[in-house]
Write a new protein. Sequence first.
Length: 225
Amino acid sequence: MFVLRAEGVTKTLNEGGNSVTLVREIDLDIAPGEFVAITGPSGSGKSSLLYLLGLLDAPSAGRIWLDGVDTSPLDSGALAAVRLAKLGFVFQFHFLLPEFTAFENVMIPMRRLGALDGPTMRTRAGDLLAELDLTPEAGKRPGQLSGGQRQRVAIARALANDPRVILADEPTGNLDTTNARNVFEIFARLTGSGDRTVIVVTHDVDLAARAGRRVHVVDGRIAVA
């Protein structure tokens, strides 16, 4: 059983008449409830692989399966709908909207999906912030928050639509050691129930060791899975 599957996935770019392959013929199954760290040297293709698994980019060859559905036939609109409903994203930079409060930022994905009524959305946003110890910061804008607080708000936003999979690209890259450790502890806790999967790209080997599984990428191929 798997929540994400890559079958023969390759990503090639053409730059100035030259062909550059970022990801090469990758086969990878990820089960529900796994906490997976993707590691590798700079330029190895680990972030490219994450973007492919998150349906933010399309493979040049091969297929990505999500929840048993082959996503290759889906058009851009259908892929956007799948991402909104089933995937959550956290990046190195938090990308919170500066004019909105923490509470309002967490509400944004729920408003876009439109699956819940207003009171239910507000309750869920408050619960997510409370779960991440952010209730006192709910009414603050990003500029009033510390780096660790902003990243926790970004995690709460990623969880807003109760996605099956959270994908994070170097989410601790701008954090100090203590806050980086806290973020990884949050990810470990999220996978504890066995329902939610977390996939994290990180260059930090010590943090990667906190994951349940490590996928090491070298030259666009999986060296260790």
